[in-house]
Design a protein. Structure first.
Length: 385
């Protein structure tokens, strides 16, 4: 692209991304400088140059570039998040806190914003505020071992020693569960409590200008998402997110649904069910499981309720139990595949990858997500399920 038109800034930006993937940051910075000399208002170039400068430990330069992006787009949550991380590193705590507050106001379900704001509150010795943020992070993703570890530290500082020990043991338990059940480095973001979650995040497709819209381009930052996966969940059939309003009648599915102990229906997107109601249903299922430990359907229902509570580890265990008792039931495999796909997507986002704020960067069979290097997440297990 540069050879064809050396006056086109987009060619330099694309090539800089390739240099960055190869960790040739000097060449990447040169290309971005050239792009900005050709188009001084290109926010895409400024954002990418901020990432390069950050990798070269030029925090002030990275901060200046992010601020230039925010001049053009003051409400860009990804840029605000990255600026908060840098401001925290340079000790500008009050302004970092302001950035986190704005990110959370834009996306109140951003688990990493709560997690990192909690860490900032610890540095400011505002332990009660840190505790609330870790509570929220755990509420959003109950399997987040690092959040339990940090909350344990906060409780210890507040003199809540017994509660701190409970959180520490919970974190260790989740680590051990994932390591023993999955045995796969794909899931290391849950299991590795030494994992850091305070790195800058790469750019998503929202910054792409018109010149990046050519669908024939092989290398571009695109928002590729898996279509919502169909799955059986607890929820009313008249909910407006049910899979199909006038769905094809499948007798085996209808019989299966009628035989379940709670109301279950086919959805393409998760229905809104109050957490208290999920807890109530779970309390109804548990005594039935104790009475009839070999019921595959009861394990399946238990897995559904855990999935909708984002207790992924427990859900996977229940689905495995159901399948071991009835390996010929296709509906069990459908739900387990949907669960594994969602776990992979969450873990990829937790490792500082593209589009982390929406937790939905994905591909069809395998997805390549990038920080400064490349990682691959294999969906074949979900597909084979």
């Amino acid at each position: 692209a540069v050879l064809l038109n050396k006056f086109d800034p987009e060619g330099y930006i694309r090539r800089s991304r390739v240099y960055a993937m190869l960790e040739n940051y000097t060449a990447a910075l040169t290309d971005l400088d050239q792009a900005l000399s050709l188009e001084p208002d290109n926010s895409f170039a400024y954002f990418n140059r901020a990432l390069i400068r950050f990798n070269q430990n030029d925090l002030r330069g990275a901060l200046q570039d992010l601020e230039r992006v925010l001049e053009e787009d003051p409400g860009n949550a990804l840029t605000l998040y990255n600026r908060a991380l840098i401001r925290t590193q340079i000790g500008d705590y009050n302004n970092a806190l302001s950035d986190y507050d704005r990110v959370i106001s834009i996306n109140p379900n951003n688990v990493l914003a709560y997690y990192n704001r909690g860490a900032l509150f610890i540095q400011m010795e505002r332990y009660s505020d840190a505790l609330r943020d870790y509570d929220k992070a755990i509420e959003l993703y109950p399997d987040f071992a690092n959040a339990y570890m940090n909350r344990s530290y906060v409780k210890n500082r507040m003199g809540l020693f017994a509660a701190a020990e409970v959180d520490y043991k919970t974190a260790q338990g989740k680590v051990n569960e994932y390591k023993s059940q999955l045995g796969d480095t794909t899931y290391s973001a849950f299991a590795d409590t030494t994992q850091r979650f305070d790195r800058l995040l790469a750019l998503d497709a929202d910054f792409a200008k018109k010149d990046f819209n050519n669908e024939l381009l092989q290398y571009r930052d695109v928002d590729i998402r898996l279509k919502p996966l169909f799955k059986l969940l607890a929820g009313p059939s008249d909910n407006n997110v049910v899979a199909l309003e006038q769905r094809y009648y499948y007798e085996e599915l209808e019989k299966f649904l009628l035989n379940q102990s709670i109301s279950v229906n086919l959805f393409s997107e998760e229905p809104v069910v109050e957490p208290d109601h999920l807890d109530f249903l779970r309390e109804q299922i548990r005594p039935l499981l104790r009475q009839s430990g070999n019921s595959a359907d009861l394990y399946f229902i238990n897995g559904i309720l855990d999935f909708q509570s984002k207790l992924f580890n427990a859900s996977l265990s229940s689905y495995n139990q159901a399948i071991s008792r009835n390996p010929d039931n296709v509906f069990y495999y459908i739900n387990r595949a949907a669960l594994q796909s969602e776990m992979i997507e969450f873990i990829s986002s937790m490792e500082s990858n593209v589009q982390i704020l929406t937790l939905d960067e994905s591909g069809t069979t395998r997805t390549r997500v990038q920080e400064q290097g490349r990682h691959e997440y294999d969906y074949s297990g979900a597909i084979d399920a």
